[in-house]
Ligand binder design. Structure first.
Ligand SMILES: *Cc1c(COP(=O)(O)O)cnc(C)c1O
Length: 406
């Protein structure tokens, strides 16, 4: 066989991504290794997915045992692991019903369909408007991407699904003017992830909740990125003290195995009646077994406390470096979901800074062109964060020396 290199990507892959130059081969804890044997400290965790790091022994054990026991039977039958995970999630959140899927996109697609069907059944077909917010991201199916607040992702694919309104995030006045009896659902991320690590304003959120109740619109929280301990509580809403009617979760739920879920009340869930929705793989025994293991780890109070402490420590380290290099205006976010906002001198150069970190063997993400995003494995230790600081120091030095040159 031909030697596999980054060039192979351009030969055989559809060009929707432009991955960094290395080709990854192996992982261990917070480290990744490429095909040339280079070691990288990973503060991206597969975009907030590998919450327990790479190749976690407990996950590996669960995977191999479940693979040797039962992987998939379809939803024509149920299985013990699906039901076990559903019980865990309902107990931990107080939601009553679960629908399992394989991704964040599918979770949001199902949540939006559920909200539309609920409004259709209870209030009639005129109640179909979905309100979402600019800079939000809800996935890539044509419905979920059209609901998302970034036009560039939904443009150019033909006629868009209708009755979707986009409003400015955290703008109480505009929201209060726009919501009406026609609104069937409002969807938001408690912290906009892809859009730039933008936290919801608690006052805005309280108003959204109040007006959703007034106009009988369902409130959907997309916790695909903020969920599963990422912000220091199992779900971000639990710390905001405002509970949505429908919650979507995915990314980290099975630590790297595709899995997702929609949670809601019995009252709403009954409108997903027999045959109204479905999935071949959703809720398969394999993914749910891993989900059970991961949820057990993430829901421990000491685990969540570690996320808060590690997050605070990482912010401190970044602020120390920023005092030295003056790259960011602010470092924002919660727990281990952090965004470093580029200052005017380096405006929209987050991608360049990301590449610079990569060259220094430190893996980070961006969130929009102007924000460097960090989503480390939640198990990252203080010592590993100290190592990250050493690599950041080198990368930031390199960046400020070369960034503004051609
Ligand atoms: C990643 C993400 C999605 C999409 O999830 P996929 O698993 O890529 O389909 C949706 N919403 C939010 C908030 C996300 O961060």
């Amino acid at each position: 066989m031909e030697k596999i290199t980054r060039a192979t990507y351009d030969e055989v892959m559809m060009p929707v991504y432009n991955p960094l130059p290395m080709v990854m081969q192996r992982g261990n804890g917070v480290y990744l290794y490429d095909t040339d044997g280079n070691e990288y400290l990973d503060l991206s965790a597969g975009i907030a997915v590998n919450c327990l790091g790479h190749n976690h022994p407990g996950i590996v054990k669960t995977i191999s045992e479940q693979a040797a026991t039962l992987m998939h039977v379809s939803n024509i039958f149920t299985n013990n692991k699906t039901l076990e995970l559903a019980l865990k999630l309902t107990k931990l959140t107080g939601f009553e019903k679960v629908f399992f899927v394989n991704s964040g996109t599918e979770a949001n697609e199902a949540a939006l369909k559920l909200a539309r069907r609920y409004a259709y059944d209870v209030y009639g077909e005129q109640k179909d408007e979905i309100i979402s917010f600019y800079h939000s991201f809800h996935g890539r199916t044509f419905f979920s991407v059209s609901v998302g607040g970034q036009d560039k992702y939904s443009h150019g694919f033909g006629p868009k699904p209708g009755a979707i309104t986009h409003l400015p995030f955290n703008d109480i006045d505009t929201f209060s003017q726009e919501i009406s009896e026609k609104t069937c659902a409002v969807i938001l991320e408690p912290i906009q992830g892809e859009g730039g690590i933008i936290e919801v304003d608690p006052q805005f959120l309280a108003k959204v909740k109040e007006l959703c109740e007034k106009y009988h619109a369902l409130l959907i929280f997309d916790e695909v990125q903020t969920g599963m301990g990422r912000t220091g509580s199992l779900y971000a809403y639990q710390d905001l003290n405002i509970k949505p009617d429908i919650l979507t979760t995915s990314k980290a739920i099975a630590g790297g195995i595709p899995c997702g879920a929609v949670l809601s009340t019995s009252e709403i869930a009954k409108h997903f009646s027999l045959g109204t929705h479905g999935s071949t793989f959703g809720g398969n025994a394999f993914a749910c077994a891993v989900g059970c293991y991961v949820v057990d780890q993430l829901s421990k109070p000491e685990f969540l406390q570690h996320v808060k402490d590690a997050g605070a420590y990482l912010v401190k380290l970044l602020n120390e470096l920023n005092d030295k290099y003056q790259i960011f205006t602010t470092i924002r976010g919660k727990g281990l979901l952090l965004g470093c906002v580029m200052n005017d001198k380096y405006k929209n150069m987050a991608g360049k800074l990301q590449a610079c970190c990569g060259a220094h063997k430190l893996l980070v993400l961006t969130a929009s062109a102007n924000v460097l995003r960090l989503t480390p494995p939640l198990i990252i230790s203080f010592e590993e964060l100290d190592k990250a600081k050493v690599l950041f120091d080198k990368a930031f030095k390199d960046f400020v020396e070369h960034a503004t040159q051609a």
